[in-house]
Design a protein around this ligand. Structure first.
Ligand code: ADP
Ligand code: FDM
Ligand code: MG
Length: 206
């Protein structure tokens, strides 16, 4: 028996951080051990480079090398994730492998090339994608435009890349257009509740 790995995915400003925090609080309120991780994890050596790259739109790095940095940033935490799950800590991740593939795919890199460096990373038991049909709702949210990638044409391309995961068994879309924070949270909870008592199989990997 081990705890589940839960990923929340979506475009910039789709509500991931709001929802992962709410989910973690609800799990804690029901006396579960839970840990929230966020990718990129900007405090590590590699994470600091990524942070500079995201904040400074003039910072030059090839698309391939930045892709590998994002993946390496997840590998920096691979042991920790496995340790937590094995010790019955539910792990909630705010972005994960899927963002890595979708954002680099939107720049024109091939899907399989993008996924390859993450092969072997723990695979979530449940992945929830916060999906907008009306892109205007996301690009007008507060803060949008501050960092690299927060530009509406690029976000549309990223959205199209995320669709490639719809065949993955752990993947669930939640439509968030015109939904309140509470409504989205309730839908997330309905997907998460069936797995919070633990999972019988070993940790799966990409
Ligand atoms: P992300 O982590 O995906 O970038 P955030 O959770 O930081 O997104 O949310 C971006 C902004 O949108 C924040 O100002 C947040 O308060 C707001 N927000 C989040 N969810 C909703 C919602 N369902 N309806 C309206 N505004 C929202
Ligand atoms: N991002 C995030 C990537 O391009 N690749 C990745 O592997 C990950 C995890 O970094 F624009 C992008 C997605 C987003 C930015 O933003 C991080 P937030 O606001 O910290 O989630
Ligand atoms: Mg966020």
């Amino acid at each position: 028996m081990r705890a589940p790995l839960i990923a929340i995915e979506g475009l910039d400003r789709s509500g991931k951080s709001t929802q992962t925090l709410k989910l973690v609080r609800r799990l804690q309120d029901s006396n579960r051990s839970v840990k929230l991780l966020k990718f990129p994890e900007r405090t590590t050596a590699i994470g600091k480079l990524i942070d500079q790259y995201l904040k400074d739109k003039k910072y030059k790095l090839s698309d391939e090398s930045v892709h590998l940095l994002f993946s390496a940033n997840r590998w920096e935490l691979q042991d920790k994730i496995i340790d937590l799950l094995t010790n019955q800590y539910i792990v909630v991740v705010d972005r994960y492998v899927y963002s890595g593939v979708a954002y680099s795919g939107a720049k024109g890199l091939k899907f399989q090339w993008c996924l390859n460096p993450d092969l072997g990373m723990p695979k979530p038991d449940v992945t929830i994608f916060l999906k907008f049909n009306d892109m205007l709702q996301v690009t007008t949210r507060s803060g949008f435009g501050e960092e690299r990638y927060e530009e509406s044409e690029f976000q549309k391309k990223v959205c199209a890349q995320f669709k490639k995961f719809e065949g993955f068994s752990e993947w669930h879309n939640i439509n968030v257009d015109n939904k309140s924070i509470e409504e989205v949270h309730d839908e997330i909870w309905n997907l998460v509740e069936p797995v919070i008592n633990g999972i019988n199989n070993d940790i799966q990997t990409f």
